[in-house]
Design a binder for this molecule. Structure first.
Ligand SMILES: C[S@@+](CC[C@H](N)C(=O)[O-])C[C@H]1O[C@@H](n2cnc3c(N)ncnc32)[C@H](O)[C@@H]1O
Length: 331
């Protein structure tokens, strides 16, 4: 039954975010069912159920006759807070859940459901301003958590220059540069994404240390040089094996001897039985990509060895966008 009701929990969270419930309750404000019904222009019975269900999920807590934000909601669901997670919630709600409803079609056709391969090169190749803001805000809100977990598990302190390939809105460079004053970083991404990254970098006051390079890692013959570490976060799960092998070869060619590549992903176990976060992200890749899937660390290790990387190892951690990173060095 908990599997059956999974979507009920998600939609309770999503409608709370859509209404701005948690933002309106910022800073410890308490609201009764009657007050909420009036404020959000809702009928009293569903408002009662919404607040009770939100409390049951740990998003609200009871105070006297009313409800207020839990610590979780206060920190992550109030718009404007540094680690606001609403981007991911809105993107999933508006962009992926209806296509997921047609998953059997994706299984039969082996084609994505969230975009049209006839008119787009990939899901990232878009001029739709809503998609641009929703997807990259979603990535930013997830990846700022993952970046902090990665920084706790892998020491970037020995590196000076990071190239974040497909770095999106710069969540990893921002988190890593905040921690490591010696580090500078560059986001390589598509031109419309570099614009989003620059906004985030400026807002974080890191313009002097983090730059962007507009490029296409699939078609550009080479990646930029001058970096001692290359990060691929949630990149390789978007593409098929030949594309990934080609990209790893480009990483190898761009790094100096001793340079490091870090593949940060939700890694499938080698038996291909889980964990669920990785296996279900793989299903999401069926919905959202043409050739993507979640791979195991053994698969990454094989490709890295075949691309002449050495000292291949895995660091494990717990984060929303990754459960580990496969790290390797150019000899
Ligand atoms: C799933 S997102 C991951 C973003 C970021 N690495 C993170 O973990 O937050 C994939 C990223 O790859 C970028 N990307 C996709 N195709 C690309 C290409 N051909 N060249 C450069 N960047 C690309 C997308 O624009 C997007 O920002």
């Amino acid at each position: 039954m908990s599997l059956v009701a999974g979507v009920w929990g998600f939609k309770t969270l999503a409608v709370g975010v859509e209404l701005g419930l948690f933002t309106r309750l910022a800073n410890g404000r308490t609201i009764t069912v009657g007050e909420a019904a009036t404020e959000f222009d809702l009928a009293e019975r569903p408002t009662d159920m919404l607040l009770a269900a939100s409390a049951s999920l740990g998003l609200l807590e009871r105070v006297g006759t009313g409800y207020r934000n839990s610590e979780l909601a206060e920190q992550f669901l109030v718009e404007g807070r540094p680690y606001y997670f609403g981007g991911q919630i809105r993107y999933s709600d508006l962009r992926t859940y209806l296509p997921w409803h047609r998953i059997s079609e994706a299984l039969r056709t082996d084609r994505p459901l969230t975009w049209d391969p006839q008119s787009q090169q990939s899901m990232f190749d878009t001029s739709d301003p809503e998609m641009i803001s929703q997807f990259w805000d979603a990535m930013y809100s997830t990846s700022s958590f993952t970046a902090r977990a990665l920084a706790g598990a892998y020491d970037f302190g020995t590196h000076r220059a990071l190239l974040d390939v497909g770095g999106g809105a710069a969540a990893f460079p921002i988190e890593l540069c905040r921690r490591l004053p010696e580090l500078r970083a560059t986001v390589l991404d598509l031109p419309h994404v570099c614009v989003r990254a620059e906004e985030r970098i400026a807002a974080a006051d890191l313009t002097g240390r983090i730059g962007t390079v507009a490029g296409d890692f699939l078609t550009d013959p080479a990646l930029p040089q001058g970096y001692d570490v290359i990060l691929l976060s949630m990149i390789l799960h978007d593409w098929d094996e030949p594309t990934n092998r080609a990209l790893l070869a480009k990483c190898h060619a761009a790094l100096p001897p001793g340079g490091t590549v870090v593949i940060c992903e939700l890694l499938l176990n080698d038996e291909r039985t889980g964990p669920p976060e990785a296996a279900l992200m793989g299903m999401n890749m069926v919905v959202e990509t043409e050739g993507g899937r979640n791979y195991s660390r053994a698969e990454y290790a094989t490709w890295l060895a075949d691309a002449d990387f050495v000292d291949i190892r895995t660091v494990l951690f717990d984060a929303p966008g990754a459960n580990g990173a496969v790290v390797a060095r150019r000899a």
